[in-house]
Design a protein around this ligand. Structure first.
Ligand code: ARG
Length: 566
């Protein structure tokens, strides 16, 4: 923003007089709106200067105030405790902000936090059952962080890993072999596969020998037994086709997809190399492991005694593969917090093996998702299914909509889905990423709480004002700025710094909190300030437009689509 630049410039020059060197961008980043509007438009904290000045921050603030007053022409500068407060003429502030938003349009809010080429892996499911509740949080986070990084000057590569090998896959396969009788899917194909996974668990209660049979099936699979491979191909394709539908509904798309089935074998080479290098060791029974006790971790098996690969075997190779192919400056894994140990061990091993890229790896760990009591699991005892949950929330949204309007079925369905996705995504992105959360479908869909629909509603409201104005081109003329207008302008001007804060921490929560504040402040404006036909119509129409653009841009970063009417 222009004002911040001006202020930062003035502070920098003044500090120079005192022989204190600083960086303009650093000053700019420290400029924040004071806690109350009456205190000014931008506050600069003087704490960090105490050392260079050998004075307390309160005295520094006074000193700087007097020095700046002598040379620069601001509307007003105050020293308030340890802060230096700047006032900018209200109409000028309003005009600059609104003009900037309307000029930059969908680019408004973007900033610079360059890492370079960054891969984000999500949601990386197992192909033995459909996506569940946790995957919804995973996808919301993955897509949002991808967009945040894109908005701050990075090239993002969205990756997915299908864990399509192993004994868990053989469970669904075995149940289908025994009880499926070559039946074709009669429902969404990943759900069809998942039914056999559930069936396996049930049958296992009656017959514990089935466990050994899955092991035998895995050996057959690893040996390339034709019938087993054909069955595996058929069922994995069903699972993956089903996932793709859910990805599409949810609005995510991958640039590259990896398959454990084609990685695990190559991981073996890395393990053998590590053994030669002496980083790993062989146990008496033939298993290969690494001893991490000196690093405060445990011994970790990398290949079993029978030579079969474990979960981490694929990851050793995959990390290298990703980096070799894309020459990455960053590589992020969006995976639940229960795998923190796994990634700690993985990253440490890669460092010990001497891979330079190991320092660029990050586990973006998120907390578990629960449902309100009594609803933790579905009837079959499986975790709650992602598609079912989206459908449940969509129906709740439709119910809300039918209370208000008479909509053609097609419109009702499409609007219902958009509202449901906004509800779900917002609910998952608002809390800090590491927190365990409870997903309450009813609460998430409420039109007047701290929810996605509440925010979409504010957007639609603003849209109806614009519509009523006949979209007449309103030349921006500002005569005065009242408190509600000013609050809205200030909030709008905070998007760029919020985006930067989110991107730096790979955290969407600041954006989620921002959209809620923004919507609330708009609603207060909406109730207090008539727009059309008012004396200040030009400012208010333009401000409403700028609000819509700002909210749309911020929602985009959460992966949430706006709708024109609600
Ligand atoms: N498929 C695994 C699971 O569902 C997550 C994989 C995470 N990614 C990885 N590279 N290990 O638990």
């Amino acid at each position: 923003m222009q004002f911040k630049k001006e202020i930062a410039e003035a502070i920098k020059e003044t500090l120079k007089q005192f022989k204190v060197k600083t960086d303009k961008t650093k000053i700019e980043a420290e400029l924040k709106p004071p806690p109350a509007p009456a205190l000014g438009d931008f506050a600069f904290p003087c704490f960090s200067l105490a050392k260079s000045f050998k004075k307390n921050p309160t005295d520094i603030a006074k000193l700087l105030r007097d020095a700046i007053r002598k040379t620069k022409n601001f509307d007003k500068i105050d020293a308030s405790g340890p802060y230096l407060n700047f006032f900018i003429e209200k109409t000028r502030l309003a005009a600059e902000t609104i003009k900037q938003v309307l000029k930059e349009k969908q680019k408004y809010g973007r900033g610079q936090n360059k890492i370079g080429r960054v891969m984000i892996e999500f949601p990386s499911p197992n192909t033995n059952k459909p996506l569940h509740l946790g995957h919804l949080r995973n996808m919301a986070i993955g897509e949002s962080v991808a967009r945040l990084l894109e908005a701050t000057d990075n090239k993002v590569i969205r990756a997915n890993l299908n864990n399509d090998r192993g004994v868990h896959i053989c469970k669904s396969m075995l149940a289908y072999q025994k009880f499926g009788r070559n039946k074709k899917p009669d429902k969404k194909t990943d759900h069809f596969v998942g039914d056999y996974y559930v069936r396996f668990a049930k049958e296992l209660e009656k017959n514990s020998k089935l466990q050994d049979e899955t092991q035998a099936l895995l050996v057959k699979w690893e040996n390339g037994d034709k019938k087993t491979i054909a069955l595996w191909k058929k069922m994995t394709a069903w699972a993956i086709d089903g996932f793709k539908e859910t990805y599409k509904t949810f609005g995510i798309k991958h640039d590259i997809t990896y398959f454990e089935s084609s990685l695990y074998d190559k991981g073996r080479n890395i393990v053998n190399d590590g053994l030669k290098k002496g980083v790993f060791q062989k146990r008496a029974d033939g298993a290969i492991l690494i001893d991490l006790t000196k690093d405060g971790l445990d011994e970790k098996i990398l290949l079993r005694a029978d030579g079969t690969a474990v979960y981490i075997t694929q990851d050793l190779y995959l990390a290298k593969l990703k980096n070799d192919k894309f020459n990455l400056d960053g590589s992020i894994y969006v995976v639940g917090s229960e795998q923190e140990y796994h990634f700690k061990v993985l990253f440490l091993i890669l460092r010990k093996l001497g891979f330079k890229f190991a320092k660029n790896l990050k586990h973006l760990s998120y907390g578990m998702v629960m449902l309100p009591e009594g609803r933790m699991k579905s009837r079959e005892g499986t975790v709650v299914d992602a598609d079912d949950l989206i459908e449940e929330v969509r129906q709740l949204a439709e119910k809300e909509l039918t209370k208000r309007y008479h909509l053609p079925t097609k419109e009702l369905k499409s609007r219902g889905l958009k509202i449901a996705l906004a509800a779900i995504k917002y609910h998952f992105l608002r809390p800090d990423v590491g927190k365990t959360i409870t997903f309450n479908p009813k609460e998430s869909i409420s039109f007047d709480g701290n929810t996605g629909p509440y925010i979409l509603y504010a957007y639609a409201r603003a849209g109806s004002i614009i519509k009523k104005s006949n979209r007449r081109i309103a030349v921006l003329k500002i005569f005065s700025v009242n408190q509600e207008e000013r609050n809205l302008i200030n909030k709008i001007s905070e998007l760029p710094q919020t985006v930067l804060a989110g991107a730096r921490e790979y955290n969407s929560a600041p954006i989620a909190n921002y959209v809620f504040d923004l919507a609330q402040i708009f609603n207060a404006f909406y109730h207090q300030c008539p727009v059309i036909g008012s004396d200040n119509e030009s400012l208010r129409l333009n401000l409403t437009n700028a609000f819509r653009q700002t909210l749309k841009n911020a929602l985009y970063l959460l992966g949430i689509e706006t709708i024109e009417e609600m």
